[in-house]
Ligand binder design. Structure first.
Ligand code: TRP
Length: 349
């Protein structure tokens, strides 16, 4: 697929930096899997990219219907990303719901999206398949927000004429759909208006495993929260599944869930030292887990203090989001204006 350069009329062209966009769904307490696979790499990427990072609160509405939960989880994610080092001076950080242009762009894109494309979306297909397995009506619990999710995601991305989208592997199909939708629009208006975005999957980021040895994911209930208090972190780490080897047994760090998590935080020397203890025998699982819990607690101490401070400073969080909103709206307005003029929608004077 050819990648069209960002429009030269764009004010962003002055920076000539590639543009990155990513959305964060505020569903569930941020955990170490999110930290290593998404938060850290996205923040690192923002050093070289004009970046637009947003909280996908309207996407979350498809599944969260309790207003106090939606609000609490939204603020939690905002505080988490800021505490982890997102610099709102360098990244436009905003709420999806604060950018009305995205919803106008969604409506436009719907007219260029075939229903068949949506029928093939993995998330939707998995949902109806699960209903079938449970011998329910296939469409039970499927709202139109879920069905149209890939179109709204395309609007989130295409509004910013971005080049890359940092995402996890599970989102690749959504990005392919975004490309298809952009292509359909450009073909119809006979102009390279929308930019085809590329997924950015950090191959160096290995799958972060959870307490049961599977990929850390809130749907498996095997997560270790980033900012829980020390006691919760201890208790969660103690639940990590290990072998039933005795204390004296020689153990293999290479296949151990505790060691896999330890390595993420430890210096190469400390990793080597713990690996040696595994190989010597005499290390209890309790001792290895205690060492891991302590490392998680101390490594993220600064961030945890910052998070505890930010989560209480609601007004400050809202102010940060306002700055990002202004920046993001400017860009989205420009794209929307261009799209409208190409399709023949005009404003009454
Ligand atoms: N669908 C993404 C997820 O579930 C979140 C998301 C929404 C997103 N809009 C986006 C990601 C735009 C990247 C770009 O994780």
């Amino acid at each position: 697929m050819v990648n069209t350069p960002p429009s030269s009329s764009s004010r962003a062209a002055k920076s000539a930096r590639p543009i990155a966009v990513t959305g964060i769904k505020p569903t569930g307490k941020p955990h170490l899997g999110n930290y290593f696979a998404s938060i850290q790499p996205a923040i690192a990427l923002s050093a070289q990219h004009e970046s637009y990072f947003f909280i996908a609160d309207y996407h979350a509405l498809n599944s969260i219907k309790d207003p106090s939960v939606l609000q609490a989880e939204t603020l939690d994610v905002v505080a988490t990303w800021l505490a982890c080092g997102l610099d709102p001076q360098k990244v436009a950080f905003y709420l999806q719901s604060d950018i009305p242009e995205l919803f106008e762009i969604t409506i436009i894109l719907l007219a260029y999206t075939s229903k068949g494309l949506m029928n093939r979306a993995h998330a939707y297909k998995a949902f109806i398949q699960n209903n079938r397995t449970l011998t329910r009506d296939a469409d039970e619990g499927v709202n139109m927000g879920l069905y149209n999710y890939p179109v709204m995601m395309a609007a989130d991305i295409l509004a910013f004429k971005c080049n890359i989208v940092p995402i996890g592997k599970d989102q690749v199909q959504h990005l392919e759909m975004t490309q298809d939708i952009a292509e359909a629009f450009n073909r119809n208006v006979n102009k390279s208006c929308l930019v085809y975005p590329h997924p950015f999957i950090n191959e160096n980021v290995k799958t972060i495993i959870g307490t049961d040895g599977r990929k850390m994911s809130k749907s498996y209930h095997n997560t270790i929260p980033i900012f829980a208090d020390a006691d919760t972190i201890y208790k969660t780490v103690m639940k990590i599944i290990t072998t039933s080897q005795s204390i004296e047994a020689v153990k293999d760090p290479g296949t151990c869930n505790v060691f896999a998590l330890y390595k993420l935080f430890a210096s190469p020397e400390d990793s080597k030292a713990l690996a040696n203890k595994y190989r010597q025998g005499g290390l209890s699982w309790g001792a290895a887990k205690k060492q891991l819990a302590e490392l998680i607690i101390t490594s993220l101490e600064k961030e945890r203090d910052q998070y505890n401070h930010l989560i209480k400073a609601k007004d400050h969080l809202k102010k940060v989001l306002t700055t990002g909103q202004l920046q993001a709206r400017r860009k989205a307005q420009q794209t929307l204006r261009e799209m409208k003029s190409l399709i023949g929608i005009f404003h009454a004077q």
